[in-house]
Design a protein around this ligand. Structure first.
Ligand code: G6P
Length: 477
């Protein structure tokens, strides 16, 4: 099956670097996505044939696949010439795999989000969805096998595609296969909530790769602990384990955050905040693991315990809708709104809105908030890395104090210069906010300097090249 003219480097992920929309005149418009992978892949430059395999996620994406030459590779201006192969996977199979297994089970296991009354029930419906997850992974493995040149390097991303490495290995033993987990990895006692055969299949799937890589040492160790607990001692396939802590893209962020649309949004935000007030900024997807509600409760506790902060601080909270196909995410979105409203009606005055909550995704406005941040609040229950914790110190105009959950992967690198919180401890987080807001300017500046150095130590381009190099020394950085 190996193609002599195939790609030398391949990336596979559920969400690809572009998405489409159908315009009123019926034409298709492609939009480029952001994130570390997109900028990382662009680092390999024009010298290498690279193909990104992803799933069609909307009707417009499916339409784009149908209209593409031969229904296969799409070469797009929006991707800067990057070849993208979008897979038009049956909509039910995709939904079972993405909403059912990946986001409702695997995401919950790795972020340890199950709690009463939301407990796992692995019933016949789960088994049916599991078959879709297998089929979805197989579709990726088959497409990668078709696209890859002899000995190519294939970099498979995340929990959506845990089975694909082994499936691909069976189809194409010649390939160098890497798998990267962007999430935490659950410790064995929690991972073993999964049925034994499924737990073994997931681990065995990733162990089909030559290398399994993670964002922190902690998640890498949890993975090997799970292998020992579920599969027995030793990692049988000889899969190498790697750690690559993705950093912030300082050059891009600094440039982008000084463009005119960001300046405009800063002016609008300043008007909402009011003159002379301090800001506590957070920017997240509205995601259970991000712990937005407890963050709001901590801010309310601050206003309650220390009335001197009333009228003098504003919590700028951006919570962008995510995974709205899932009822639990829709309910969480409503709860965030309700708690913010409740704080505003309880403490707000004519000239002061204590919580400025925005829910419409707007990257320029996020950067404007970063620039205005006095305090950054990043308090996830668990997080693979959390790039916002790295980005805000880089972008903030006057330096900022980072209040950071010990459960974020970023804490491994930033913990010493942040104020650490236990994400469940609302009173502790309120006290941390007070400490952050009262930190002397020279200490804040010193800490910001060190935070920025740590946050930018491994920019996306180098992060990507390091992995490629580890997989295939031919791609020397
Ligand atoms: C976050 C996680 C990634 C994950 C992505 C999926 O960014 O860190 O691990 O792949 O969410 O988000 P989506 O919106 O595609 O479900």
């Amino acid at each position: 099956m190996a193609s002599t003219h195939g790609a030398e480097v391949l990336v596979a992920s559920n969400r690809g670097p572009v998405s489409y929309e159908v315009r009123e005149d019926g034409s298709l418009h492609a939009k480029r996505g952001g994130g570390g992978l997109v900028s990382g892949l662009s680092a390999i430059g024009p010298h290498t044939d690279a193909v990104w395999v992803c799933a069609a996620l909307s009707d417009a994406d499916r339409e784009a696949v149908r209209r593409s030459p031969g229904g296969r590779c799409l070469s797009l201006d929006a991707t800067g010439g990057q070849q993208v192969r979008m897979l038009d996977i049956d909509a039910t199979v995709h939904s079972d795999a993405y909403n059912g297994i990946a986001n409702s089970v695997l995401w919950f296991v790795h972020h340890m989000l199950y709690q009463t009354p939301l407990e796992p029930v692995f019933d016949a419906e789960f088994r049916r969805q599991w078959a879709s997850y297998q089929a979805y992974n197989r579709a990726f493995a088959e497409a990668l096998a078709e696209e890859a040149a002899e000995d190519a390097a294939v970099m498979i991303q995340d929990y959506h595609l845990a089975l694909a490495p082994r499936m691909l290995r069976q189809l194409r033993p010649d390939l160098r296969i890497g798998h990267f987990s962007h999430t935490p990895w659950a410790p064995p006692d929690y991972f073993r909530l999964l049925p034994d055969d499924i737990a073994a299949e997931l681990l065995g799937g990733i162990l089909g790769a030559d290398r399994a890589a993670f964002l922190t040492r902690r998640w890498a160790d949890a993975f090997t602990d799970c292998c020992h607990a579920v599969l027995g001692p030793g990692i049988p396939s000889g899969t190498r384990i790697g750690v690559h802590g993705l950093g912030a893209d300082a050059d891009f962020l600094r440039g982008r955050s000084h463009e005119p649309d960001v300046d405009e949004r800063m002016a609008a935000l300043r008007a909402e905040i009011g003159a002379g007030r301090k800001t506590v900024v957070r920017v997240d997807r509205t995601e259970l693991s991000k712990n937005i509600v407890r963050g709001l409760l901590a801010y309310r506790q601050l206003l309650e315990d220390r009335p001197e902060w009333r009228e003098r601080v504003v919590h700028v909270a951006f919570a962008y809708p995510s995974r709205q196909d899932l009822a639990v995410y829709r309910e969480y979105t409503t709860e965030v709104q309700q708690v913010a409203d409740e704080i505003n009606s309880r403490y707000g005055t004519v000239g002061w809105t204590p919580v400025v909550l925005h829910v419409k995704d707007d990257f320029a406005r996020s950067l404007a908030a970063y620039r205005l941040a006095d305090v950054a609040l990043v308090n996830p229950i668990r997080d693979g890395m959390n790039l916002v914790a790295k980005e805000i110190p880089v972008v903030s105009d006057e330096g900022c104090v980072l209040v950071l959950s010990r459960e974020a992967g970023a804490h491994e690198e930033l913990g010493e210069d942040a104020i650490t919180v236990n994400p469940y401890d609302v009173v502790g987080t309120a006290n941390a906010l007070h400490q952050a807001l009262t930190m002397p300017q020279d200490e804040r500046a010193e800490r910001t300097k060190r935070l920025v150095a740590a946050a930018t130590a491994l920019p996306p381009a180098q992060w990507f090249l390091d992995q490629l190099h580890a997989l295939d020394p031919h791609y020397s950085s």
